[in-house]
Design a protein around this ligand. Structure first.
Ligand SMILES: Nc1nc2c(ncn2[C@@H]2O[C@H](COP(=O)(O)OP(=O)(O)OP(=O)(O)O)[C@@H](O)[C@H]2O)c(=O)[nH]1
Length: 626
């Protein structure tokens, strides 16, 4: 006995906890949790309108407490949990949504069911799948849980949405479809069983009749001379469990406020004295039905315990994994928050360095800048144009002014070289920018790849902004350095280079110049030198510039690495650290504000986890007392 009470009580407790967390079956979508509710055996009361569902439930309870009226009165599932108490104790009812209030007046229970139905559905006559939980504690009940569902109907009446017929059917189906659902199919005896809505549905979802209990009401209303023995003895429609006949209070009894206990006695007398059903009397009536269901429910629960436990264990594992993935909640004190932030910075820094040093991709793109982009840009510089014969002639002549040079065009050389070296600024700065963009991209990637940071969008944004500010600073420094390298080349030329060049005989050294001189004395300065002279100057300058280009091809990468890459490795987050050290506790907390959806999900997971763990402990405690 203890076991039976505890098992049904156990399922009741778990069911109530499920409802509080919004688990009443039918969870859908990617984020839906395993439904524990669906794994728990329940008895669902199903029948057409006016088939006598409410009357059966009230008979089982022995109390008048359900709303009555025309149209669809039951518009939300009512989970009715019956708890047997000691003989002589006072009966009372309790709603899950009003945990502190005990109802001893059952008329008020009826009113509360009506009000609570309207609270969710409005007065619109809509239906809602959110159940109302009602517990009744009484010495006159057996331990049992039943779910009262809206009556199946065929037409929508005034004020009801057109879809009501299908809506009710699909809500009822969400219960009876579940293999753990015991179906209490109510059919009135004064109607042909072949037309019973309850039997029609039960047949569909439970064709073998294993989990269907057939209940035949209104036996007293059958035409004189007829009886329901064909149904009750299983000849009309066979179920695995025996049919139970019921005689509820008539409408006239209800109007008279006939006492329920008296009605129970009258029902017993009816069967005991019935010429048709006398031989079945011990297996008829609402009291018998309640006991039968209670016993069956207990045995079903017992047989399902292993699968319920395995579902619970599987869900616990899944939830713990998900919680680990989401990260545990953030600490509230400033010290711990700072520690959390610094831990995440460290994790980010590690990922960033792996990108640069190897292990993760991206660092190689910096080498790509030095090995491809820079040499290609240097090659493309317009030295051919700058050192064209025409340009060399012009620059050299202009450099000499009105006095032509005597031996070598020193000023001309310098001007040509200076002009050429100026072109190196472009590729030098472009290399710095290219490295900057690679580093910036690596910061972005590293933030995205730092698992712990994922849940803190504000921290991610601040970290990215601070790292980018640092990178900008490094870029500026790097630019200054590479420009300085270029300017250093212009500031002091390598005289040695020119000394090594084969010495040119200046002035009219060239034959055709000689001839020209002979023919006509040189009228203009530029004519004093032949093309070969200028070509040689162009080629000497070009050789010098190419030597400088080789040098810069080697030194620009050194400057970029020194000023940008190395600094990024050493001091990328220094600026961030200086910023957060100025922050107060509240501002630190703001950095750690998580995505509200994630926080909500974590809370949900944590509550579910608690539910499952509690359920597991309870089942462990109860299930082995056997
Ligand atoms: N005489 C007699 N009347 C019954 C019996 N069962 C139900 N009734 C009457 O039938 C009518 C409908 O019964 P309910 O219990 O309200 O039926 P229901 O299936 O809950 O109806 P809805 O909630 O409207 O779907 C009421 O007037 C009851 O008094 C019975 O066994 N005998």
């Amino acid at each position: 006995m203890t076991t039976m009470e505890s098992l049904i009580g156990l399922v009741n407790r778990i069911q109530r906890a499920c409802t509080v967390l919004g688990d009443y079956g039918g969870g859908t979508g990617d984020n839906a949790f395993n439904s524990l509710w669906e794994a728990l055996p329940t008895v669902a009361v199903v029948g057409g309108q006016s088939s006598g569902k409410s009357s059966v439930l009230e008979s089982i309870v022995g109390r008048d407490f359900l709303p009555r009226g025309s149209g669809i009165v039951t518009r939300r599932p009512l989970v009715l949990q019956l708890h047997k108490t000691e003989e002589g104790t006072e009966e009372y009812a309790e709603f899950l949504h009003l945990p502190k209030r005990q109802f001893t007046d059952f008329a008020l229970v009826r009113k509360e069911i009506q009000d609570e139905t309207d609270r969710i559905t409005g007065k619109s006559k809509q239906i809602s799948p959110v159940p109302i939980h009602l517990s009744i504690f009484s010495p006159n009940v057996v331990n049992l849980t039943l779910v009262d569902l809206p009556g199946l109907t065929k037409v929508a009446v005034e004020g009801q949405p057109e879809t009501i017929v299908e809506d009710i059917e699909s809500m009822v189906r969400t219960y009876v479809d579940k293999p753990n659902c015991i179906i209490l199919a109510i059919s009135p005896a004064n109607q042909d069983i072949a037309t019973s809505d309850a039997i029609k549905l039960a047949k569909e979802v439970d064709p073998t009749g294993e989990r269907t209990f057939g209940v035949l009401t209104k036996l007293d209303l059958m035409d004189k001379g007829t009886n329901a023995l064909d149904v009750l003895e299983g000849r009309s429609y066979r179920l695995q469990h025996p049919w139970v006949g019921i005689v509820n209070r008539s409408q006239a009894d209800i109007n008279r406020n006939a006492d329920m206990m008296l009605a129970r006695r009258k029902e017993r007398d009816y069967f005991d004295t019935s010429p048709d059903y006398g031989h079945l009397a011990s297996k008829m009536g609402s009291e018998y039905l309640a006991k039968l269901l209670s016993k069956h429910l207990e045995s079903v629960i017992r047989s399902r315990i292993p699968s319920i436990l395995s579902l619970i264990n599987k869900s616990i594992d899944e939830l713990e994994r998900e919680l680990d993935k989401m990260g545990r909640p953030v600490a509230v004190d400033a010290g711990a928050q700072l520690y959390t932030i610094l831990e995440m910075c460290r994790a980010f820094d590690k990922v960033f360095k792996e990108h640069l040093d190897g292990g993760r991709p991206g660092g190689d793109r910096i080498y790509g800048v030095f090995d491809n982009q820079l040499p290609a840009a240097l090659k493309k510089l317009p030295f051919d144009r700058h050192l064209s014969l025409q340009s060399v002639k012009r620059i050299v002549s202009e450099a000499d002014g009105y006095q032509p040079h005597l031996i070598a065009p020193e000023q001309g050389y310098r001007r040509l070289i200076e002009g050429a070296l100026g072109y190196f600024r472009g590729p030098a700065e472009a290399s710095v920018d290219a490295v900057h963009f690679v580093l910036k991209e690596l910061v972005r990637k590293s933030i995205a790849e730092t698992q712990d940071l994922k849940r803190f969008p504000s921290l991610q944004a601040e970290l990215a902004a601070a790292a980018n500010t640092s990178l900008e600073k490094f870029r500026e420094e790097s630019k200054k350095s590479v420009i300085r390298l270029v300017e250093m080349e212009s500031a002091y030329l390598t005289a040695e280079f020119f000394r090594k060049l084969p010495q040119e005989m200046e002035r009219p050294a060239i034959t055709n110049s000689k001839n020209q001189t002979a023919a006509s004395p040189s009228p203009a300065t530029q004519d004093q030198y032949g093309e070969g002279h200028f070509r040689r100057i162009a080629s000497n300058v070009s050789a010098y510039v190419s030597m400088v280009s080789d040098t810069l091809r080697n030194t620009i990468p050194k400057a970029c690495v020194y000023c940008q890459v190395r600094q990024a490795k050493l001091a990328l987050l220094n600026y961030f650290y200086s910023q957060i050290s100025k922050r107060e506790g509240k501002q630190l907390g703001e950095l750690l504000d998580e995505d509200p959806a994630l926080m909500g999900r974590r809370l949900e997971c944590a509550q579910r986890l608690e539910l499952y763990k509690k359920a597991r402990d309870e089942i462990d405690a109860v299930a082995w007392v056997r």
